[in-house]
Write a protein that binds this ligand. Structure first.
Ligand code: TMP
Length: 177
């Protein structure tokens, strides 16, 4: 979040409070998850019948309605407007910021031999401004090792691949260590 803030992305981050907590600006979360994809994986690979690992010619942005009762269905701009989840202006800001975050994180991670396959962001309203909120972690992103393509994210848990802690520690050490 600090890196993104330095690069001009408005975020909820204020400061770190110890190792596991951050002080943030309170937001009203917009109930739309924004997913950005650089490489086909997970639900996109399944839905469109693409082989996992296929590089996409450009970044793909998807929206999902945050609703546990409905299982977070994918929605488009019309659905979001009809449901009143976000205004078209807010959605435009979210999409623009999500693509900017993608550029920043992809470069940052590439320098650390990590491929940013895809990730999910959440935004919130803070004094009328749309800012980046929630978390960015191996729980909310797909990170693959640039050389071996080894999965270093929550897919190790989701797909019962083992080595979850080791993968998270590896990401931590490449980013911070
Ligand atoms: P998907 O391929 O399962 O749709 O996931 C796309 C990206 O979004 C992946 O990096 C994981 C992240 N994600 C979440 O953070 N929370 C979720 O509930 C889901 C479904 C995906």
């Amino acid at each position: 979040f600090r890196l993104l803030g330095e690069k001009g992305i408005p975020t909820h981050f204020v400061e770190l409070v110890g190792e596991r907590e951050m002080l943030v600006r309170a937001v009203e979360i917009i109930p739309v998850e924004v997913v950005v994809r650089n490489i086909a994986a997970g639900s996109l690979a399944k839905r469109l019948g693409m082989e996992e690992g296929t590089e996409l010619p450009r970044a793909v942005v998807e929206f999902y309605y945050k609703s546990d009762a409905l299982g977070d269905p994918m929605v488009n701009e019309d659905h979001i407007a009809v449901l009143g989840l976000a205004t078209p202006e807010e959605l435009g800001i979210m999409k623009r910021l999500a693509l900017a975050v993608n550029e920043i994180l992809r470069d940052y991670l590439a320098q650390r031999n990590l491929i940013l396959v895809d990730f999910k962001l959440e935004f919130g309203r803070h004094h009328g401004e749309v800012i980046l909120a929630d978390e960015i972690s191996p729980d909310t992103c797909r990170f693959w090792d640039a050389r071996t393509k080894e999965k270093l994210d929550k897919d190790r848990f989701r797909r019962d691949l083992g080595g979850v802690e080791e993968a998270y520690r590896e990401v931590w050490s490449r980013l911070v260590g």
